[in-house]
Ligand binder design. Structure first.
Ligand code: KIV
Length: 263
């Protein structure tokens, strides 16, 4: 049986860490869930790791629906979360609903939307109409031009306060999960403690309820930039399956990310 939102909430309530990886195709979906991955995220990082673009900005809703279908066909146990690509959620709540509904129809159980306070109305609209949402704050790759690069967010008091307030608001308007990308571990820890929904960290320290990495990064096969928080789990592993099992073990045991992978 496929993992549900309720089973994830139960893991969270029991203090069991949730292991997440990005996934874009059926073969990897099968492998990852058999290695113990709880959530398969069809990330718009596919723009970089599959399509060879410099960023995620040209990924389309068609791309996301196609890869979501592939991942769903290849899996039967893992929870399926799909990214709303650039331009599909920066529109009216009504239009965002129509776009999100395509990913849900493709088999996603939850959509992920980048944005803080500005997305509150949209997240409220979607969740009241049956679409579970994971909100994504901190470093938001779809805003790379606005942010001026892929930089750690929330370092100043003002930025940290803004992120904290965004997190509380997004939970209030119905977000089921909150992804925190590239923020100081202490801030992520404070946000995680205050919320009653799970946080998913990427470059956000050890205290998040879940951890995620881009699959091609943790396998050490992406030729592009390697952020500080990435650990190559193929080091010392005899197969991809073993590498992913080690990732799951380290996430569950609270061993990854260590201080060297945090800010
Ligand atoms: O697209 C992606 O890979 C993401 C990361 C945060 C995992 O959203």
């Amino acid at each position: 049986m496929r993992t549900t939102r309720d089973s994830l909430q139960k893991m969270y309530a029991e203090g069991k860490k949730i292991a997440v990886l990005t996934c874009y195709d059926a073969t990897f979906a099968h492998l990852l869930e058999n290695a113990g991955i709880d959530i398969l995220l069809i990330g718009d990082s596919l723009g970089s790791v599959l399509q060879g673009h410099a960023n995620t900005l040209s990924v389309t809703l068609d791309d996301m629906a196609y890869h979501t279908q592939c991942v769903v066909r290849g899996s039967s146990k893992a929870f399926i979360m799909a990214d709303m690509p650039f331009g599909s959620s920066q529109v009216s709540p009504e239009e965002t609903f129509v776009n999100a509904a395509r990913l849900i129809a493709a088999g996603a159980q939850m959509v992920k939307i980048e944005g803080g306070q500005i997305m509150a109305e949209t997240i409220d609209f979607l969740t009241r109409r049956g679409i579970p949402v994971c909100a994504h704050i901190g470093l938001m790759p779809q805003s790379v031009h606005q942010l001026g690069g892929y930089k750690v967010q929330g370092r100043t008091t003002n930025e940290a306060e803004q992120l904290f307030n965004d997190a509380m608001l997004l939970q209030e308007v119905g977000a089921a999960m909150l992804l925190l990308e590239t923020i100081p571990a202490l801030l992520a820890s404070k946000i995680t403690r205050e919320l009653s929904i799970p946080t998913i960290g990427i470059g956000a320290g050890i205290d998040c309820s879940a951890q995620v990495l881009v699959l091609h990064d943790m396998l050490g096969i992406y030729p592009g930039n390697k952020p500080r928080f990435v650990k190559n789990f193929m080091d010392g592993a005899s197969s991809i399956q073993t590498a992913v099992e080690h990732y799951v073990e380290e996430v569950r045991a609270g061993q990854y990310p260590s201080a060297e992978h945090s800010f």
